[in-house]
Each structure stands twice: as structure tokens, then as C-alpha cells.
Design a protein around this ligand. Structure first.
Ligand SMILES: [Zn+2]
Length: 491
């Protein structure tokens, strides 16, 4: 999500060094080696547009767009500056910088068709462990969006805690799809062999949506435009697709504080859409969240080597702040950076942005974490891909362990019919009015909720039924504390 900032987010603008008004930047420069410090010195030379001139800066190698005058200045002041190409098309220059000399996506990355085909192959080989489900179609081009359910009995919807992994809200952030695919393979192929994997799949259900923004991902993976971030909605309805930067930022289209997030300008890279859930990709996620009521979720983005979690909302923290913070830190501490000398950082995300994590947390109580994988580009040179995947799988494993609690598991039924009930389950000492009331699952009456060890009052209510108040519910430090709640009708 923050990839336009690259690594220069904290720079000071020494605009006095900037050149006067610029003609278009038609020269692609490669600068290697270039340290982070040198990058900070270089950016101001481009004036106010400094950051946008940097296409990527991965390890000590940068690609930048420059005017002829800027190119000469950079060659004077920095070593290792070479002209890669000149072209009047910004798209062509970005294609060369991001795809390499072949000008097409390196084969280490998977197309959407390849990802789905690999999921289908796993489902044929391990039919008990993984099933594919279509959760919607894309807004503009109608492509199917699929999820995979992975468990020890994947053909059945089970009464178990569920976790969701999602890749590629943003089209160019390809690593999310690659990590998701690697995780799918590892879980399915490791079941019965690796004891941790076997336990996860016996006690929980794992859902993976490897690519949510299927149309946008296809623009990037087919070699059309590596800059593509949003979906491909034909905003001006002229019938021409892929007019950069058309589309809706589907990570600004959710309905929790939608109006405070993103931009209302259709040509902004953060255009939030005409109204919440205007985009069918987001409606697909809503339908999935309604069906499954996830305990927790991981949403992959690039870049920054940072975890964002709910939230800092105009000075207020999330109701579950202490627990969310410790979970985010545990997650961050398990993922090594590309340099390998340290781990990812955990930072508060904003509560006011229409993104997936405040929405899933605010509306459903799902503890959602954004992981911004890798550093220096939206996607990475082929030789970096295996290392970024390998570094991120331990993070996924930390998240999978959350399916073991500790927390509260309540099943709510109708006292006379014994049928499962969707009911509000409220913990007044934790949940403020900033979030929606959490509810039990309509089909099973089950409610799973992570909680730190302690004593809680739990209020279970449903219109037309007498409210039940559970006092001194003791949550232990391990596993699920279970309660059966029978609600009696008022008539
Ligand atoms: Zn993103």
C-alpha cells in the first residue's frame, strides 16, 4: 500500500537544490550501487516530484526517471549512473525497469490462471484437504475470483476457528499471490507429515484468496503495465481499458470509515470508488466474511517490511489494543527482512481509511493484519522472490497458531428448539462503540474470540429473546474456554 513512498518516506526536502520546471522525464537511469543515504541525497534533485521519479530501489540498485538535465546532474554527483533507455512513453520506461530487458514478467511469478491451475491440481491430488470455491467475479472483466478452503476435511464446512489469507488487493504487489500459493502448497503437502501443519488443519479451517484484484493482477502479469495498482474499472466509460491510472483502489472501497479514506478523484491511485462496495471484488470479500466470520486474517501487500494493524484512529486505539499489539509484534518478529539482519516492524494503521483491516476488525471482530512484504519496489527482481516467500512463511505460521486461542468459544442456541442462533456477543470491558457488536455464526451459533487470560463479563443477546449475562468468565492462558448459551424466546 505504501509502495510509492519507497524507502524515502522520511526524507527532508532540500528544494533549494532542485532544478526549475521540468520537461517530461523520458530517460530511464539505472544507478548501482546506490545506498539508502545516497538515495536520500538524490531525491531532492528531482524537486517536488522526487519520490515519483524513483521506480524502484531494491538493495543497492535503483531505477529512476529523469530529464536529460537531471540525468547529467546525477551522473556528475553519483557513481554508477547509466542510461538504460529513452522513450516518450512512461509505460515503456516502467516496463523496462520492472520487467527487465525482456520487457515481460519474469517466469518466477505466476499468472492468475497458473495459480488457479495449481490450486486445482492440489485439489485433485488431495481432495480431502483442499477445495476451490468461486466467491465472485471481477468488476470490469467478469473473471472468477476464487478462494481455497484447506482443512483435514475440506469438503465440509466445519465448526472450527477460521483464518483468512488474502493476496493482491493491489495489482502490482505480486508477492501476496506468491506467498499465498506457497502457503497453500506447504499446508496441503505437509498434512500428515509435519505435526504443526497436521494440528492446524485438524483444529481449524484455512481460507486463501491468492488474488483478489484478478483483473489488475492480469494487467501486471501479462506484461501490459507493471504500474497497475487498482482494478480495471473503465472510469470514463470510453470502452478503452488499461488507461493508466484508471480504476478503483479496492483497498479503499470497504464500508468502515470509507468516506474518510482514499481519494474521490477517479485518477488518483487511491480512488475509493463512487460508494462503499461499488466494486464486486469488495462484495466478494464481504460475502466471504459473512459466510465464515473469520477469527483472524492476514492481508499481503508490498512494500516496507512492516505490519499494519488496527488502529490509531484520531488518537484512539482499537478496543483490543493490547492483544492486537502483542499479536502484531509476534508476527513482525517472525519475519526476517531482505537484508536479514533484523525483522519486520509493527505499526498502527489508521482506522479511517476504508481498508480491509479496519473493516474486518471493526465490522466482524476479525483480527486483520496487513503485511507489507519486501523493501524497495512493488514487486521484485526474480532472484529476490524465493527469499521473500521463505521469510514470510514463518509469519503465516504464527498466524495459524492463533487458531489455538487463547480465547472464548461460545455456542448460542434457542432454548426450546435447540437450533443455532446468530446472537450478539458483547464484552463490555473490552468493546467500545467504535466497533460493531460481534455476533455468533448464523449456521452454527458458534462464536470464537481471541482474549488475553483473565475474567470477563459476557452479554449474549438477540431481539425477541431474553438477554443472558455470563459473569466471571475465566479465560485461561491456553486453548479455548467454551460455554453453551441457551437463549429463551420472550413470547
Ligand atoms: Zn498495497
Amino acid at each position: 500500500m505504501g509502495h510509492r513512498r519507497l524507502v524515502v518516506g522520511t526524507l527532508l526536502l532540500f528544494v533549494s537544490a532542485a532544478l526549475p520546471a521540468q520537461p517530461r522525464r523520458t530517460t530511464l537511469l539505472e544507478i548501482s550501487p546506490l545506498s539508502d543515504k545516497e538515495m536520500l541525497r538524490m531525491i531532492p534533485l528531482f524537486g517536488e516530484e522526487g519520490r515519483q521519479c524513483v521506480i524502484s530501489h531494491v538493495r543497492d540498485r535503483a531505477f529512476v526517471l529523469a530529464t536529460p538535465a537531471e540525468a547529467s546532474l546525477l551522473a556528475e554527483r553519483f557513481r554508477g549512473v547509466s542510461v538504460v533507455m529513452t522513450d516518450t512513453s512512461a509505460r515503456t520506461l516502467h516496463r523496462r525497469a520492472m520487467y527487465g530487458p525482456a520487457m515481460k514478467l519474469p517466469p518466477v511469478y505466476h499468472t492468475y490462471d497458473q495459480i488457479v491451475a495449481e490450486g486445482e491440481r492440489l485439489a485433485r491430488e488431495y481432495p480431502a484437504l483442499i477445495v476451490k470455491r468461486q466467491i465472485g467475479r471481477t468488476t470490469q472483466e467478469g473473471r472468477p475470483i476464487v478462494a481455497f478452503r484447506i482443512s483435514s476435511d475440506a469438503r465440509t464446512s466445519l465448526d472450527r476457528p477460521r483464518i483468512l489469507f488474502t493476496g493482491c488487493h493491489h495489482a502490482d504487489e505480486l508477492m501476496g499471490a506468491e506467498i499465498s500459493l506457497a502457503l497453500m502448497r506447504q499446508l496441503v503437502e505437509g498434512y500428515g507429515k509435519d505435526s504443526r501443519i497436521t494440528e492446524w488443519l485438524r483444529h481449524g479451517e484455512v481460507f486463501v484468496v491468492p488474488v483478489l484484484n484478478v483483473d489488475g493482477h492480469t494487467v501486471v502479469t501479462s506484461g501490459i503495465d507493471p504500474r497497475w495498482r487498482k482494478n480495471t474499472r473503465d472510469g470514463n466509460r470510453n470502452g478503452v481499458l488499461y488507461e493508466f491510472p484508471e480504476g478503483v483502489d479496492i483497498n479503499r472501497n470497504y464500508d468502515f470509515n470509507w468516506a474518510h479514506g482514499g481519494s474521490d478523484d477517479p485518477m488518483s491511485e487511491r480512488y475509493r470508488g463512487e460508494y462503499p462496495f461499488s466494486e464486486s471484488e469488495n462484495r466478494a470479500m464481504r460475502a466471504l466474511a459473512d459466510d465464515e466470520r473469520f477469527l483472524a486474517a492476514i492481508t499481503y501487500h508490498s512494500q516496507g517490511e512492516v505490519i499494519f494493524y488496527p488502529w490509531e484512529w484520531r488518537g484512539r486505539k482499537a478496543p483490543d489494543d493490547a492483544l492486537l499489539t502483542s499479536m502484531a509484534r509476534g508476527l513482525a518478529g517472525s519475519i526476517r527482512t531482505m537484508k536479514g539482519d533484523t525483522c519486520y516492524k509493527a505499526e498502527y494503521g489508521a482506522g479511517t481509511v476504508g481498508q480491509s483491516y479496519p473493516w474486518l476488525y471493526g465490522r466482524y471482530g476479525t483480527f486483520d493484519f496487513v503485511i507489507e512484504v519486501g523493501l524497495g519496489a512493488s514487486f521484485f527482481p526474480p532472484e529476490e522472490v524465493p527469499g521473500i516467500i521463505a521469510a514470510n512463511l514463518p509469519g503465516a505460521h504464527v498466524a495459524l497458531d492463533w487458531m489455538n486461542g487463547p480465547g472464548l468459544s461460545i455456542r448460542v442456541t434457542d432454548a426450546s428448539s435447540a437450533k443455532p442462533l446468530e446472537a450478539r456477543v458483547w464484552i463490555p470491558s473490552v468493546e467500545t462503540e467504535d466497533v460493531d457488536r460481534r455476533t455468533s455464526h448464523p449456521a452454527t451459533g458458534r462464536f470464537w474470540r481471541l482474549l488475553p487470560a483473565g475474567s470477563y463479563t459476557v452479554v449474549v443477546s438477540r431481539d425477541g429473546y431474553g438477554t443472558v449475562v455470563l459473569k466471571d468468565v475465566r479465560i485461561s492462558t491456553e486453548g479455548w474456554t467454551t460455554h453453551e448459551v441457551k437463549l429463551a424466546g420472550l413470547n
